[in-house]
Design a binder for this molecule. Structure first.
Ligand code: BES
Ligand code: ZN
Length: 615
């Protein structure tokens, strides 16, 4: 066959193999972490009707979806550890199958539909294997009087409490009716109540389209206190005043963010302070950030976390990473934006201290990945792996450094104009790394005739040599003190008087290798770091206590108490890793055996891996 004929032949083959009435769209990327095939049939709106049973620790519900059908005979949802009772298409029972579960992805829930099917309903129960939910006993809460429940959807856990097309490319609006015990209040990533209802029934509506990983609920004996008209805090009674004080600058943060990259599109910005087992510092659930109580330091020194979650209202929630391989598009942009908000409210000194701490985290992460350099690329390939594997300092701090370097190269003014239009152009849609690079070239680099090694930053391991150099005079002073103290062991009480949390953290993290436990003891006698009320300072001090085998001031008991109460994965994993690298796994397991039951599944899974623990 000559060449032309061959081309013609294969064109006919392609035409014949495609049922061309079945206009399969290519709007959605094929992605490895969802069973859904949204190009064939896709959900567009969710009506959730659930009953939350704290006694049985089960959510029983019905999820009804409006769908758009591209002439398909099936729609596929993700489902993991759910007990599916029945499924309906437009109110009539229909057949469905559940595929053999994959350990990471769960099962494909394949539902038969007709060409003109408009809605599907799934009746289901959650099970005790659910990974998103954490059911807490009263003792695990701040007030210790009522039980509590919260969900964590990111990255692929929403499918363990709602059957759904669980890919970040999907966007739905939702309404929910939620029945909870009478004395409790329910709040969601939606328009929220400010008071308890008399009958325990709550109705929610989320009118902006969001990705499934952002659907969230928290239920407990909580109350609300406004900070401004559109910002405020939810917390248990014993925490509400502290939270309100700590987050007093929320409105200023929203104003600063709007000043940078355009209007806040979600109407309300509230924060709920959860019990201490919440596995993250914060989670950017739209309209209602979920936060760990460990950010409440009493002096507002850890509130960059609020700036971070707020920034996700643009980078993440408005413009969403298309796949978890593009996770840096969510987190790197958010750290950049967070740092800009912090600079705008509190000045360059504070912003640069935060950035330099992140720079150190990045250096440590790159070093720890020296045998897996692939994992230090911004664009990841997580196919066949748990997307959780990509959730480390690379996405955050290398992503940040890339954007900061870009900003310094093109100039802040141009960069801000660019970012503002980027958010506007892609609002309520998703973005791949590739789409971003194209947009960057066309709208920033080419018009300004700037040569930039974007490809190296994104697709090559490690940190490129043109990386911006972050400097902090404040940290220089801290370093001088460390150098002096490690030589002389003479404590300086004067220099630390005006130190912020960031300076303390930098100080403790940078003890030289030849530091001794006697020197730690000397410091502890002066500064009582073992009993620091600041969770961040305490955490890095405990890490060093493990590293340098310092056992004074009852620090072992303190560490154990901390690890048993707090479930924030970053803190807990830092400490368990320290035990591991210092050959103290036995000691760690002693603690973990007791603390594990207080952890949410994402924290427990991480620590299981670190310690090689199997239940
Ligand atoms: N979206 C993340 C939390 C997350 C990431 C949950 C990946 C599940 C999978 C959130 O915005 C975040 O980055 N939280 C950080 C705090 C932040 C200040 C760096 C955290 O929890 O430590
Ligand atoms: Zn984040």
């Amino acid at each position: 066959m000559n060449k032309r004929l061959m081309i013609l032949g294969s064109a006919i083959l392609i035409l014949a193999s495609c049922n061309c009435k079945q206009t399969v769209s290519d709007k959605y990327e094929i992605e490895p972490h969802s069973h859904a095939k949204p190009n064939q049939a896709v959900i567009t709106h969710l009506d959730l009707d659930i009953n939350v049973d704290f006694e049985k620790e089960i959510i029983k519900g019905k999820a009804t979806y409006k769908i758009e059908n591209n002439d398909s005979k099936q729609i596929i949802l993700d489902s993991k550890y759910l007990d599916i009772e029945k499924v309906e298409a437009d109110g009539v029972a229909t057949d469905f199958t559940l595929s053999t579960p994959d350990e990471v992805l769960g099962s494909a829930l394949v539902i038969n539909i007709m060409k003109n099917t408009k809605t599907i309903s799934v009746y289901y129960n959650t099970t005790d294997k659910t990974e998103a939910l954490q059911w807490l006993k009263p003792e695990q809460t701040a007030d210790k009087t009522s039980p509590f429940l919260f969900t964590q959807g990111q990255a692929i856990l929403t499918r363990t409490w709602i059957p759904i097309q669980d890919s970040p490319q999907i966007r739905v609006t939702y309404n929910a009716t939620v029945k909870v015990p009478n004395n409790l209040m329910a709040v969601m990533s939606a328009e929220n109540p400010k008071e308890k209802s008399a009958d325990g029934v709550y109705n929610f509506s989320m009118k902006q389209k969001i990705s499934p990983y952002l659907i969230a609920i928290a239920i407990g004996d909580i109350e609300y206190k406004a900070v401004s008209e559109r910002t405020g805090v939810y917390a248990e009674k014993s925490m509400i005043e502290k939270a309100h004080y700590e987050f007093a600058d929320m409105e200023k943060m929203v104003l600063a963010a709007e000043g940078l990259y355009g209007k806040y599109d979600w109407d309300q910005f509230d924060v709920i302070v959860l019990p201490p087992s919440f596995p993250f510092g914060g989670m950017e659930n739209p309209r209602l950030t979920f936060a760990t109580p460990t950010v409440i330091a009493g002096d507002r020194s850890l509130t960059s976390l609020i700036a971070h979650e707020l920034a996700h209202s643009w980078s993440g929630n408005l413009v969403t990473n298309s796949t978890w391989d593009d996770f840096w598009m969510n987190e790197g942009f958010t750290v950049y934006f967070e740092t800009r908000i912090m600079e705008s409210l509190y000045g360059k000194d504070r912003a640069n201290m935060l950035a330099l701490i992140g720079r150190q985290d990045l250096a440590e992460q790159v070093e720890s990945f020296k045998n897996n350099p692939e994992d230090t690329k911004l664009k990841l390939s997580l196919e066949g792996r748990n997307p959780d594997d990509g959730m480390n300092s690379i996405a955050y701090d290398k992503g940040y450094l890339f954007l900061r370097t870009l900003e310094e190269t093109v100039g802040r003014e141009k960069f801000d104009v660019f970012l503002k239009s980027y958010f506007k152009k892609h609002a309520f849609s998703t973005i791949t790394t590739e789409k971003f690079i194209k947009y960057l070239n066309k709208n920033l680099l080419e018009p300004n005739k700037i040569d930039f090694n974007t490809e190296e930053w994104v697709y090559k391991p490690g940190v490129p040599s043109n990386a911006s150099v972050i400097k902090s005079d404040k940290f220089k002073d801290v370093s001088s003190y460390i150098a002096e103290f490690s030589k002389t062991s003479v404590v300086n009480t004067e220099i630390v008087k005006d130190w912020t949390t960031q300076e303390w953290v930098y100080f403790v993290r940078n003890f030289p290798k030849n530091f001794t436990k006697e020197q730690m003891s000397t410091l502890d006698k002066s500064y009582d770091l073992t009993n620091s009320g600041n969770s961040y300072i305490a955490m890095v001090w405990y890490e060093q206590s493990i590293n340098f085998d310092y056992r004074g001031n009852d620090v072992d008991a303190k560490i154990k108490e901390f690890l048993t109460r707090v479930g924030r994965r970053w803190y807990v994993s830092t400490l368990f890793k320290a035990y591991k690298t210092n050959d103290k796994v036995e000691e760690a397991l002693e603690i973990y055996k007791e603390s594990r039951s207080n952890y949410h599944s994402v924290t427990a899974n991480t620590i299981d891996d670190i310690l090689g623990y199997s239940k």
